[in-house]
Design a protein around this ligand. Structure first.
Ligand SMILES: [Zn+2]
Length: 358
């Protein structure tokens, strides 16, 4: 172009100087020369117009903006911006792409990542994330593999899942059911139906992740015996709080240390009531005496006096002395001694207010 421009100036000067030449060629020369100048100006002008802005991003962050000619390549842009690339960094679009119609160039910096797969650790430097990084490390996941990546994306671990299946006889645990009875006190509990476990044939599937059992599923294929649900009856009635009565006790008196509702039964010295102990003597060695002898649980010492208001009109004024024990006399049970079996039968069994005297 420069060369042609030189020719043009020469011609133009010559044209000026030798005006003996015909007008026509000279005019053509001038027009041609002017056209050439215009072309040059237009070229420079359009070349200027064709410059465009390109944003450069590193790991998603805008770090620079460059003005470059459209025919530049991505590599030119990065060079102009002074952006340096390290081995394993990746650039998008590719370095040799023309910048025309591109407004953004992305650089993804390589990071050191560790991939744990089937007990091995693979280290690599890559700008790729997720499965791309795995492929770069030559790790290809199977259907039973799953990938997890830590928060900063540098630790990859692949979990391999395996399943085993076997047929087993399994226990079917019985359930338990509670039945409320508002006629009994809260500490009352009675098993109405004994619970029993059942059994069944099942396909047991165990899931292992990296060799560790994490889940077991049972699919019952045949029931051998059905479990029996346990039914337990429980009392719901509140045990009433007894206020110590304001009474002066006939024989010796004494303060009340404890009052409650006892389940009181009766007995005599016969073999029906006492079995092999039917000799008429109490556990203390004293002879059993009506309106004196009472059998109480072990937590009430021998000699303790118990006032039972139900018997307040009896010769003892309702006060008995603990002299005997009984295999069935536990917790809040008491057993009152009578001289005759009939009298004991007549008394039967009663929930009575009782007061333990000090
Ligand atoms: Zn008896």
């Amino acid at each position: 172009m420069k060369y042609r421009l030189y020719i043009f100036f020469n011609n133009w000067q010559e044209g000026y100087r030798f005006d003996d030449e015909t007008n026509k060629p000279r005019t053509v020369k001038i027009v041609a020369s002017l056209a050439a100048v215009c072309c040059l100006c237009l070229f420079v002008f359009f070349a200027f117009l064709n410059r465009q802005d390109v944003d450069i991003y590193v790991d998603g962050k805008n770090v620079a903006t460059c003005k470059v000619p459209s025919q530049a390549t991505v590599a030119d842009v990065l060079m102009q911006a002074g952006a340096e690339l390290s081995y394993n960094d990746s650039v998008y679009p590719a370095l040799d792409s023309k910048i025309k119609n591109v407004s953004r160039v992305d650089i993804f910096r390589a990071r050191e990542i560790a991939i744990t797969y089937q007990g091995e650790v693979y280290l690599l430097s890559t700008s790729l994330a997720g499965y791309g990084a795995l492929r770069q490390a030559g790790v290809y996941l199977g259907d039973s593999d799953s990938l997890s990546v830590n928060n900063d994306g540098t630790q990859f671990s692949v979990a391999t899942e395996e399943k085993t299946e076997e047929t087993q006889v399994i226990v079917l645990a019985h359930e338990s059911q509670t039945k409320e009875n508002n006629q009994e006190y809260k500490d009352y509990k009675k098993v109405l139906t004994e619970g029993k476990d059942g059994s069944a044939v099942a396909t047991v599937t165990t899931t292992y992740i990296n060799g560790q059992a994490v889940k077991t599923e049972q699919l019952i294929t045949e029931i051998i015996s059905t479990p029996v649900t346990e039914v337990v009856e429980v009392g719901t009635k509140e045990r009433p709080m007894i206020k110590p009565p304001n009474v002066t006790y006939a024989s010796g008196g004494g303060a009340v240390s404890r009052s409650y509702i006892a389940n009181v039964s009766a007995y005599c010295a016969c073999p029906i009531c006492c079995g092999i102990y039917s000799n008429g003597y109490t556990a203390t060695g004293a002879k059993a005496t009506q309106y004196v002898t009472i059998a109480a649980p072990r937590n009430i010492p021998f000699g303790t006096r118990i006032y039972i208001p139900y018997f307040k009109d009896a010769p003892n004024g309702g006060i008995f002395v603990v002299q005997d024990r009984g295999g069935a006399i536990t917790n809040n049970r008491l057993d009152v001694y009578f001289d005759s079996h009939r009298a004991a039968l007549n008394f039967g069994r009663k929930n009575l207010e009782v007061h333990i005297l000090e």
